[in-house]
Design a protein around this ligand. Structure first.
Ligand SMILES: CC(C)(COP(=O)(O)OP(=O)(O)OC[C@H]1O[C@@H](n2cnc3c(N)ncnc32)[C@H](O)[C@@H]1OP(=O)(O)O)[C@@H](O)C(=O)NCCC(=O)NCCS
Length: 355
């Protein structure tokens, strides 16, 4: 591994009264290292990352190439070598915001202070005057994150899990057939010429409060230009003649993306102005995935996982109505200000890993 060693050991480790664990060296990851480590470790934690870690290599690392860290210690069996024990990412979005994710320590090395020191290094990367640093924390770590200053909870996410096949062939069969026939006006792929990218970017900021216009555009394009990889991005455009003043293109009422992951397809984001728009987007994503799997099998189970903020009652109602159960709760927490947002437009967050 050829990483740039950075002097993490020069920062005293003070949290919970402990000191920086002896022998821990913190390095910054290259793109390939981030891809190898972050993907493999996320799989081991059963976080169900995107298949083959394509998003880590193609998007996440690119979003802040300085923001991926790993910790290593001397290998007791072979003292000239080191063993990697911890990882974390902190992606800076603009000058105000950042997102912390992939906080993992190798199971056999937990409880030795490696995690906390690695976490601190990530926070340093955010700088001192950043307005808001966010993370989606597993419930077991919530009290720790509060101690580290993540005291502002925006909402609770639930990972709702259900069958895409059942959605389109049974639960919403009539709507799915109409969608498949192209019989729903305004329902388009994000690659459609009528889609105004400025509106796509503005919608994420309005609903989720995230100020990362370049990232969300790349994220949406990562989905929409790759049907052969079973990634899809779709939008609902207004059909009553309402247009955006600046672009003159139709108003976007919502958009959604889906990608194959290790054990299911992950949906995110699903931003929509009404529950009806959200349902339409979800069904369209289901139709696309089921058709794609039929045409060229990718062998990812035809199941959907959707990270739903439970503060949006309509979103909860939608997924309760489908009987999709919560399989993985988390809290969206902020250190500093909770960005202004409108949770009622979020039927699924974009990701837990990078916000
Ligand atoms: C969470 C995890 C990374 C912590 O790593 P670790 O090396 O075991 O933690 P440490 O040994 O550094 O913890 C040292 C102390 O700091 C606390 N601590 C750990 N991370 C902390 C944080 N981010 N903020 C505040 N305190 C923290 C620990 O509870 C512990 O406190 P104690 O001494 O009072 O018991 C590790 O348990 C892990 O990999 N878990 C599975 C993956 C996971 O759930 N990650 C979090 C996803 S949101």
């Amino acid at each position: 591994m050829s990483a740039q060693a950075i002097s993490a050991v020069d920062t005293p480790f003070k949290s919970n009264g402990a000191s920086h664990p002896e022998g821990l060296i913190l390095d910054r990851c290259t793109q390939e290292q981030a891809f190898d480590l972050f993907y493999t470790w996320a799989v081991q934690e059963q976080w169900n990352p995107s298949v083959k870690g394509q998003d880590i290599r193609d998007l996440y690392h690119k979003a802040d190439p300085e923001g991926f860290f790993y910790g290593r210690i001397a290998d007791k069996q072979a003292p000239t070598k080191t063993e990697i024990v911890s990882i974390v990412s902190l992606i800076r979005y603009g000058k105000d915001q950042a997102w912390l994710g992939f906080y993992i320590v190798l199971p056999r090395h937990r409880g030795k202070g490696y995690g906390m020191a690695t976490f601190q290094k990530a926070l340093e990367h955010a700088g001192h005057d950043r307005q808001s640093i966010g993370l989606d924390g597993v419930l077991a770590q919530v009290e720790n994150y509060k101690k580290s200053g993540f005291t502002n909870v925006a909402w609770r996410n639930e990972r709702r899990h259900g069958s895409a096949k059942d959605l389109v062939e049974n639960l919403e069969r009539d709507l799915a057939e109409k969608v498949a026939r192209g019989g729903v006006p305004g329902l388009v792929h994000l690659s459609d010429d009528l889609v105004d990218w400025d509106q796509v970017q503005a919608l994420e900021q309005r609903y989720a409060g995230l100020k990362r216009p370049e990232f969300i555009k790349e994220w949406a394009q990562f989905h929409t230009f790759n049907p052969e990889l079973h990634r899809f991005g779709v939008a609902v455009l207004s059909t009553d003649g309402t247009v955006d003043e600046k672009s003159g293109k139709p108003k976007i009422l919502g958009f959604g993306c889906v990608r194959p992951a290790e054990t299911s397809y992950r949906v995110g984001p699903l931003y929509a102005s009404t529950p009806e728009v959200a349902k339409l987007l979800l069904v369209k994503l289901g139709v696309e995935v089921v058709q794609a799997e039929r045409q060229s099998p990718y062998h990812v189970p035809l199941q959907f996982d959707v990270d739903v903020p439970t503060s949006n009652e309509e979103a909860v109602k939608l997924f309760d109505g489908l009987d999709w159960k919560d399989t993985f709760p988390s809290l969206r927490m902020w250190r500093g200000k909770i960005p202004e947002h409108d949770v009622n437009g979020i039927f699924a967050v974009a990701t837990l890993e990078v916000g």
